[in-house]
Design a protein around this ligand. Structure first.
Ligand code: ADP
Length: 260
């Protein structure tokens, strides 16, 4: 069954301007989908609509075959976990407690975390290779480390769909690559990952699917190997970019090189 199906979705923040104009998309199971597009093309808006944080003007969103508006809030949190783009470090909690908040859909927002919740939160920190931060106050770790904790919190939610808005922002190069590898492993484990990104090479490295957006519409969608090409990159970024592929260790590896 399709994890997410979107049919002719339209949305505007004001009555007279559509920000998303007739989006139709299927997101495939056990696959990473990278959403690319220039600033303001509607990527974050699309994610928020999928999460049910805003209501479309028209169109339909189905999550595992059920229309989103029919799914109670608590059930949505078991189906979809979200790592937003910006966060304010207002929590005066230990990292492990922030991570255990991802369990709220199972235990209730006002219930304290159970032993099992803490165990799952710890496993998520280990997966992100940041278990050494568990006892530190969240407000006293770096912005990049906070981002890794928020991803661990989303993993603790154990949702079948993981939605990340520019997840590599603020991460050092090593953590960026580690995160991409974790997402690839999660997809292999049966998680549908959807991420927005400003890095077309990251879409190539994680493979799976890509969606190119421009002015609130889908310009192209399909497998990354087909969609991430010079023509589409020029169409969304108005820049000449070459996609290079070469075999390394018997695998074909592709990356993007800008032509200055
Ligand atoms: P992207 O994620 O591709 O950068 P967004 O979805 O954030 O794009 O924004 C798409 C458009 O919607 C932009 O023109 C932006 O100014 C507008 N927009 C985003 N959020 C709001 C808001 N809360 N109120 C009004 N307009 C908004």
């Amino acid at each position: 069954m399709k994890p997410i199906e979107i049919i002719n979705l339209k949305f505007g923040y004001t009555k007279n301007k559509l920000i998303l104009d007739g989006i139709s998309l299927d997101f495939l199971p056990d696959t990473i989908t990278s959403i690319l597009g220039p600033n303001g093309s509607g990527k974050t808006t699309l994610l928020k609509l999928i999460l049910g944080l805003m209501t479309p003007v028209s169109g339909n969103i189905f999550i595992f075959g059920t229309e989103l508006k029919q799914i109670p809030l608590k059930e949505r949190a078991k189906l979809m976990a979200y790592v937003p783009q910006k966060h304010n470090a207002v929590f005066d909690y230990k990292v492990i407690d922030v991570c255990a908040m991802g369990r709220a859909a199972y235990s209730g927002v006002f219930s304290s975390a159970s032993k099992k919740d803490i165990e799952i939160a710890m496993q998520s920190l280990e997966k992100m290779k940041i278990s050494h931060l568990a006892e530190k106050p969240y407000t006293q770790i770096s912005g990049g480390e906070q981002q890794m904790v928020l991803i661990a919190r989303a993993l603790s939610q154990q949702a079948k769909i993981l939605i990340l808005d520019e997840p590599v922002t603020g991460l050092d190069y090593g953590n960026q690559i580690r995160l991409l590898k974790i997402l690839r492993d999660l997809a292999k484990e049966g998680i549908t990952c959807i991420k927005t990104t400003h890095y077309p090479e990251h879409a190539l490295w994680t493979s799976g699917e890509a969606v190119f957006m421009r002015n609130g519409k889908v310009l192209a969608s399909g497998s990354t190997s087909q969609i991430v090409n010079s023509e589409n990159l020029k169409a969304i970024y108005d820049t000449d970019i070459c996609v290079l592929s070469r075999p390394i260790d018997e695998k074909s590896v592709s990356t993007c090189v800008p032509l200055f």
